[in-house]
Design a protein around this ligand. Sequence first.
Ligand code: SF4
Length: 361
Amino acid sequence: MTFSETYRDPTLVAQTIQKIHAATRQHWTIMEICGGQTHALMQHGFDDLLPEEIELVHGPGCPVCVTPLELIDKGIAIAQQRNVIFTSYGDMLRVPGSTLDLFSVRAAGGKVKIVTSPIEALQIARSNPDQQVVFFAIGFETTAPANALSVLKAKELNLKNYSMLVSQVRVPPAIRTILSDPQNRVQGFLAAGHVCSVMGYQEYLPLAEEFRLPIVVTGFEPLDLALGILETVKALENNRNEVINAYPRAVIKEGNQSAQEIIQRVYEPCDQKWRGIGTIPDSGWKLNATFSDFDAEKRFEVGDIQTKESEICISGLILQGRKKPFECPAFGTICTPQNPLGATMVSSEGTCAAYYRYQWK
Ligand code: SF4
């Protein structure tokens, strides 16, 4: 058995699930923040394996889902310009803007390219000096270092034809917003292991103390998820309000300090709009004054675009763990992955898409 297969071993997972059953004495509501974890939990049937007292709710950790609609419309407006090559991760191309998506722009002749990293976008800029190349820089703390690095390199190379359309969000302020809501039901969090591998988990210590709940750094394999839930349940049952690292093979308390330095050189904190939730203070990063020339919103003057969300879609409540996809009247009827009304159905990490794929009968 390889090292990574150990974390998918059914026997070890079953033993850990048994320990969760043995540890659980009352009802607990636990939120996993990360959309990747939501999908893994659904895929491996955790809802059916866990004690019925454990309720999993799903947080706003899908980067595609929380990217504001107006930013998607701005991306579309930029991509429609004649001298632009618009680059993006594939997921973003299917997200509906107010009237179009990026795939439609490409079908109509726009130069929209799927890339797998901002460095690939940078290379496209170097190879096409007569074109403006824009990278759609969305995501959480996990994508921020590579995005920032591409801008650092562009400045070093004095590239005048590279810029980024930025929606860079941070997890801890979102946790604070969820916990501060008078209707909050979340009693414990699984913190996303990949985010913590970059940022460490020091930022979570004051949250656990202030809101008196456990936050458990958790990985993505079935055994990681079971161990994260077990640690959360044990902490809840024993009234321990602390941050626990259940993913020590990838995460240390301080995180990746080289990556953090790159982030600090290029970005500065800002208030950030989250789709479905609204503006969360200090929850984003924008390019700082040294790198603001690389801000596509400024370069292409698309600052004034206004948008209107679907009136049916309740993804904002789903992203805060207050509703589940089955409670949306459009779920599986007029909203499907083939015909999505909201971003949580579009993205491969979206909660509605996970429920549709793994639980829709
Ligand atoms: S099912 Fe569709 S309409 Fe309903 S909340 Fe999810 S994305 Fe929105």
